[in-house]
Design a protein around this ligand. Structure first.
Ligand SMILES: N[C@H](CCC[C@H](N)C(=O)O)C(=O)O
Length: 272
């Protein structure tokens, strides 16, 4: 039985999206991993399933390329918002999100950041706004910060993010035992109070061209540190996102969402 899907991306962070509102689509870690494989499957950074919801317009479930199901995905949320229509609400493991459709994508209220050590989470109590941590090979220009945008992020402020080998640096930090749920690793260079250059090593997917929750986490960290202001542009390798946030409020992320093609696959050809 052919299963339709949409291939979409947010600034090159790409997704295979199944719409299961009309009928269940069985998903598992093994199946997600196989579909995400860029040689033996369809290929994507994350696999996204849209399902019915009792509390929102629809429910969005997200699996990383390694098969792990996760709480939030900013770029995918914008893509799903364009499918659901303006004013949609989207239920995720990280909370219910409000979205509005824009001329080339969407603007999403990603909820409030969480700074408590056990909300990130970290393995034990620590000042998340100035982590007493360092990792070999990464020279930071300010103490690293950690926070949750529904999913866990660590932000390393560096002099030149483009000079770093994030393939070599990202994995050990992602898997550091201080992060019991692992972590998304953000390498950020603050160019001005209105522009941040960001490269991301994503938990479960590796280096991606863009990370929406990473842009949110990094903008919040920079604003909290007094080094940027709300409305900051986060320049990712795949393009720009605009992040609005005031301390005590929720985060609004605005940026493009792109439908590349629609296809269909035989799910029976993939692991159960
Ligand atoms: N790798 C992330 C999920 C996808 C986040 C990213 N693609 C985004 O746009 O927010 C995690 O494990 O929490």
């Amino acid at each position: 039985m052919p299963q339709p899907f949409r291939k979409m991306h947010g600034l090159g962070n790409d997704f295979v999206v199944f719409d299961a509102r009309g009928g269940a689509v069985a998903m598992s870690a093994a199946r997600a991993r196989a579909i995400a494989d860029r040689h033996f499957g369809v290929g994507c950074d994350q696999l996204v399933l849209i399902e019915p919801s009792d509390v929102a317009t629809a429910r969005m479930r997200i699996w990383n390329a390694d098969g792990g199901e996760v709480e939030s995905c900013g770029n995918a949320t914008r893509c799903v918002a364009t499918l659901l229509g303006d004013g949609a609400t989207i239920e995720t493991l990280g909370g219910v999100l409000d979205a509005s459709v824009t001329i080339d994508g969407a603007s999403v209220d990603m909820g409030a950041p969480r700074f408590e050590w056990d909300a990130v989470p970290l393995a034990y109590a620590m000042d998340t706004l100035a982590l007493p941590l360092a990792w070999g090979g990464v020279e930071t220009i300010a103490p690293p910060m950690a926070l949750s945008v529904g999913n866990p992020h660590v932000i390393l402020f560096v002099a030149d993010a483009d000079a770093l080998d994030i393939e070599a640096l990202g994995r050990p930090i992602e898997n550091d035992p201080i992060f019991p749920e692992r972590v998304n690793v953000n390498f950020a260079t603050i160019e001005s109070r209105t522009r941040i250059r960001l490269r991301v090593w994503e938990r479960g997917s590796g280096a991606t061209l863009a990370c929406g929750t990473g842009a949110c986490a990094t903008a919040v960290a920079a604003i909290r540190a007094g080094r940027a202001k709300s409305g900051v542009t986060v320049a990712l390798s795949g393009g720009d996102l605009v992040i609005d946030w005031q301390p005590g409020g929720t985060i609004r992320m605005t940026g493009p969402a792109t439908h590349v093609f629609s296809g269909e696959i035989d799910l029976a050809a993939f692991p159960a």
